[in-house]
Design a protein around this ligand. Sequence first.
Ligand code: ADP
Length: 406
Amino acid sequence: MKDDFSIKGEVIAALEGVEDPGQGGKNIVDTHLVEQVEVKAGVADITLVMPKGRAREERFTIEDAVYDKVEAIDGVLEVKVKTMTPQALEREQNGEPAPAPSAQPAAAPAARPAAGKASPAAQPQAAPSAPIEGVGKVIAVASGKGGVGKSTVAVNLALALQKIGHRVGLLDVDIYGPSLPTLLGISGRPAVSNRRILPMEADGLRVMSLGFLMDEDTPVIWRGPIVTGIIRQFLRDVDWSGLDYLIVDMPPGTGDAQLALAQTVPVDGAVIVTTPSDLSLIDAARGLQMFKTLNVEVMGIVTNMSKFIVPSTKEEFFIFGNPAEVAKEAERLETPVLGEIPLDLTVREGGDAGRPVVVGQPDSPVTEAFVELATKVAELKPPHADGEGGEGAEQPKKGLFSFLKS
Ligand code: ADP
């Protein structure tokens, strides 16, 4: 029996075989018509987005081709296609109800025989922003650009939180370069039980990564318009229960993934990783602004590769600029610097060898820096505890507080 994830991969590949008419032979994934793909118990749910002005014939041709290609996949028991306008999609993503005039009943996605009758004003599929059951805090690790050590910080922060007594999960949604399997030295495919995906385990962490679902030489078909669906599935269909923290390794920049995360679950905080170089500082500021716009509290900035300490002489050199510049910028942005991680060869070697420095060199100064960072992150009060938006309506979060008390 094929599991839903492998079927999903085949569905996406099949959609890449559906031509978008009048678009120079491009397929519907490349022309961004595919918004979401979900496969549950063999039922493939596909959401397409097409502007209103699109010719009906073209729409029907596309929908028919989608049904034909997806139905032919071994393991697919049913195909549902829903076609929406960008406006309807935006409304759905904002959790707004469909406008009344068309008086559509709560439209189910079109089933095969009803090709072309897909609802343009579909219902939201799930209540947006419902917390993940059994997870204390969700913390996003983000960066303005790639290569600043975001994934390295995410992994070692997760391990350091564990080291100080928390139960931690790590979710890698860096669509463009999922690196957790390499950093943690794990491979294989997650098991599925009772329709829930079971995270893998590495060094005591529960881990889920896009990397488990892609062969190294598989083209990254999970990008662009379908990012949202994958992230939702990773947050909703993976069994994360019993965690104090879920650390989410985001793709760099400000894009669909950040939006999808913030719209799917309440994010308790974001940690922005930067190096002291000016360019990534500017990008960090942009990331900060984006999280503010999404109403995600930015907990602070981590300065990675802050300095190089010569092991023998303890002399310090600034390789990527002076970390004091980050501190100055952080002050201007009214956000704290949560930690400074030195540039250290053991960090890179540990990453390359699948043995992160916090477990590989538990007594090193770099590990100490990560533990300090984790302690700061853990000390920050839950953002909702100050009653923001309600009369001091503090909502203790199951996983976190029950564990701290035990
Ligand atoms: P990103 O996720 O931002 O793209 P990575 O975490 O993949 O960045 O790190 C990029 C490279 O920098 C990797 O080779 C990693 O091992 C190395 N690196 C990250 N942080 C440090 C550090 N503090 N000291 C030395 N090398 C580091």
